[in-house]
Design a protein. Sequence first.
Length: 95
Amino acid sequence: MKKQSETTKKTRQCFLDAFWSLISEKPISKIAVNELTRRTSYNRGTFYEYFLDIDDLVANAEADLLEEMKQTILQVTSETNSLEKMFQIVFTSMN
C-alpha cells in the first residue's frame, strides 16, 4: 500500500511540475491537458484520475505553493526573532 501511495504522490507531482514548466512559457488559459500529458508521458485518463480539469490543477498548484510558503515561514519564525531576517530567508527560499 505504501508503494502505491508513493507512486500516487510522484504521478501527481509530475503533473504539477509540468504545469509550472508550462506556466513559465504561456498564460494559464493557453495550457491544455494534452500538453501536460505529453510532458509527463501519462495519458489523459491518468490526468483525470488526479484532477477534474485545468482549473482544478491550478487550484492544487496554488494550494501546494501556499502550504510550502506557510511551512517556510513557520520554520523561519521558530529559528529567528528578527522579522527582517525572516522575510529575507523566505524570499530567498522562494527563488
